[in-house]
Design a binder for this molecule. Sequence first.
Ligand SMILES: Nc1ncnc2c1ncn2[C@@H]1O[C@H](COP(=O)(O)OP(=O)(O)OP(=O)(O)O)[C@@H](O)[C@H]1O
Length: 246
Amino acid sequence: MVAPPDNDVLWARALHYSYDDGSPALSGVSLGVQESEILAVVGPRGSGKTALLRCLSGLVPARSGEVWFNSVPVHTMGAQARDRLRRDRFAWIDPAPSLVPELNVWENTALPLMLRGTGRRRAKQAALEWLERLDIGDAARKRPHQLVQAERQRVSIARALAPAPQVLFADEPTAPLRRADRTQALRTLTAAARSHGITVVMTGHDTECSAFADRTIALLDGRRVNTVHLPPVPETEGRAACSLSA
Ligand SMILES: Nc1ncnc2c1ncn2[C@@H]1O[C@H](COP(=O)(O)OP(=O)(O)OP(=O)(O)O)[C@@H](O)[C@H]1O
């Protein structure tokens, strides 16, 4: 087993993954993600982006290959240890906001903190601060069904960031949103992550999410096909738009 480079918070080697019905999803993907880096994983539908995030986050074990988090092997962990790792160090944003309908907005946002053992009062305070930061503080006492989709996704982002995860996995976080809302959500997510040093691995179909990332990797049919290094730009909120070359 080769140990990963010290400065990579996440490191994967030769990942192979197939879904339960045998559909091949990853065919030997390797990558490293540095601390506080924002990495975009792009590719067409079915290219394996979700499968890659699921393997990297320990949600599912790869069929073969290695995943390391902070130089600790994730691929040899049992299901319980992976669950703990996800709860305590990682956060996840789905394409469609999945909030608990019975809880109001601040309770939804505070939930991951309380699951980690934070007391209700502190969790509420942190949740309210994050909701304010994401411009959705006024809705703190509303139920999810009283919000529009873009607002619900902002709550999902606040919920993911509130526990200050070491790595945030965002699987097409803006997929269901209109273009203006997509840009706003990506700007908000990446700016918040940057200001708190949170490492982000996010997926998207096109170069839109690349514009807000430090680096982009592309997948096609479960394989890496290209890596794009974006030139640094002075803005703190993201990176200049780029195009992928084949
Ligand atoms: N639940 C599933 N069961 C079986 N095969 C699946 C399942 N989900 C995805 N696949 C297949 O696995 C491959 C990789 O899918 P994956 O969802 O990881 O790609 P993706 O790039 O995230 O796609 P999308 O952009 O549509 O979310 C594809 O061939 C897909 O059809």
